[in-house]
Design a protein around this ligand. Structure first.
Ligand code: TXA
Ligand code: MG
Length: 341
């Protein structure tokens, strides 16, 4: 049985926080909201508790979890050392959507890190998350609260769709403000490596600590081909059931291409996600800023699936700021990518 507990972020009920924290201490699995996406958490210092997360998510055992802390001093307790560059980033961006990877201490069980010698750590800024972790008096391993392969959940109802009856508690704290997972930066290298882009951008990080590098696997640009019939199913990730087609290029060409694809596919149910133009169509969602798009992207994928959409056409965005993270998720979710001329 899963208990659903609603907590109002602007008037946090302490007794509810205590109840959720106690469940974590007892080794239970708890879904909680964060500023990025919902997380499915368990006591990171207990391998038995952490194993339950894999089961709930059907997650492969070779994918490590992020450990969520309430204080920077708790990070010190689980990692060997915090390099100077990391200290700067912590001072600037914690609490917030930045995950840092360090060499781990033995106290962190192998189940958390999938056997790696390093551990990912983050301090969420969401008040509910922060209070739950603080009150639990431990550190909390938590991947995104979705069934593996699906888009991350950014609202309680999406969590319920994926994980109801598989976890002990689901905390409903409203919609996630950012909507895309945290930036992940590997601090174990002399020149830190960006493993996953997020709200804290490469530009913002470099302003604090100088140059960083981008991991090669971040983009699979080879997927960008000229036509629709070049499927990239191998990379299926963050994916709705509908086929996502990402259309990139100049605004007007993208608009023309999307209209062309719609008229060529009139037997199919098509959803559209755009920024620069509005389509007079039921299943069309326009988001005017990249922040609004990021906040609504995964939930729109899920809404379109519920409507029985076959194909989702998405307009690409520029890669500045959070744009890099949006494009990274879109490329990974997409069945094919079309360059519009
Ligand atoms: O915003 C977020 O980060 C959310 C919320 C719940 O905090 N969590 C999240 O967790 O997105 P998850 O498990 O879905 O993604 C964590 C990413 C994975 O790509 C994982 O491979 C990577 O971080 N990761 C974790 N530990 C790592 C390590 N030691 N070395 C390299 N990558 C690591
Ligand atoms: Mg995930």
């Amino acid at each position: 049985m899963t208990e659903i507990i609603k907590i109002n972020a602007s008037k946090i009920d302490k007794n509810k926080i205590k109840k959720v924290a106690k469940a974590l201490r007892e080794g239970k699995v708890v879904v909680f909201p964060t500023e990025t996406v919902y997380g499915v958490g368990a006591n990171a210092l207990s391998s038995d508790a952490v194993k339950k997360i894999f089961k709930a998510k059907s997650r492969p055992f070779d994918n490590p979890f992020i450990v969520h802390v309430a204080y920077a001093s708790d990070a010190e307790k689980i990692v060997k050392k915090i390099p100077e560059k990391a200290e700067k980033l912590i001072r600037k961006f914690w609490p917030g959507p930045l995950t840092l990877i360090f060499e781990k201490k033995k106290i962190i069980p192998d189940e958390v890190t999938a056997g790696l010698k390093s551990v990912a750590v983050r301090m969420p800024s969401n008040k509910i998350a922060h209070k739950i972790i603080k009150e639990s008096k431990t550190v909390v391993a938590a991947p995104s609260a979705n069934v593996s392969g699906k888009p991350s959940s950014t609202r309680a109802k999406d969590v319920i769709d994926d994980l109801n009856s598989k976890v002990d508690i689901i905390v409903d704290g409203g919609n996630s403000e950012i909507g895309i997972e945290s930036t992940v930066l590997d601090m174990t290298k002399e020149i830190p490596v960006l493993l996953r882009p997020g709200k804290i951008s490469k530009e913002e990080i470099e302003k604090e600590i100088g140059q960083i590098s981008i991991h090669k696997s971040m983009f699979s640009k080879e997927k960008i081909k000229g036509n629709v019939s070049s499927p990239g199913m191998k990379y299926k990730h963050y994916s709705p059931d509908a086929q996502v087609i990402l259309v990139v290029g100049e605004k007007l060409s993208v608009e023309r291409k999307i209209n062309e694809i719609i008229s060529e596919n009139n037997g199919k149910k098509i959803g559209v996600i755009s920024m620069s133009f509005e389509l007079k169509k039921d299943l069309s969602r326009r988001f005017k800023t990249k922040e609004e798009l990021s906040k609504n992207l995964f939930l729109t994928f899920r809404d379109f699936d519920k409507e029985g959409v076959d194909v989702i056409l998405v307009e690409g965005v520029d890669e500045e700021g959070i744009g890099l993270a949006i494009m990274n998720r879109l490329i990974k979710a997409s069945y094919s990518i079309i360059k519009a001329f």
